[in-house]
Design a protein around this ligand. Sequence first.
Ligand code: ADP
Length: 174
Amino acid sequence: MTTNERMHERIAVYPGSFDPVTYGHLDIIRRSAKQFDRVIVAVLNNTSKNPLFSLEERKKLLAEVTTDLPNVEIDSFRDLLVRFMKSKNANTIIRGIRSVTDFEYELQLASTNHLLDDEIETIFMMTNPKYSYLSSSIVKEIAQFNGAVHELVPPAVEVSLKAKYEERRRGGGN
Ligand code: ADP
């Protein structure tokens, strides 16, 4: 690829916690990969949310479930998203919307990012109706009580969830 072509690449960033990645996220990733030259899935290195999976684990799972998508890459960020975007030469944020509740929060987030950098645009993708109820929190609720999550997350994630809660049970944690 020439420098000129690289300058005109359409790069989108899909940020989130992905704790862990679900079929809902994966659906948004697949659809974005069709619309953009490159999609960077950016995992938030959040200390405040007390995630179940470490940053490295979340990134590894995302990489595993997107191996068939050559224009998707996995990265992470810890400070302002708009700063991360600049460093990647990207101007488009992708977010998924499941409900009116998502919309209110997302509108606030998108407006803030636009205020910080007016070149940044947020593009919303409507959830696949199959996954409109699906969230990482719901998956964790079910998995911690040994419920079946195979319709909600890819097999690699299911295995990791089992191992994680097994490890916690053995360690006497909760
Ligand atoms: P965050 O903590 O930033 O909300 P998440 O990992 O929960 O991170 O979600 C990342 C993005 O994916 C958000 O835009 C969220 O609305 C979207 N998303 C999550 N689950 C689904 C789903 N089932 N369908 C569509 N979008 C989803």
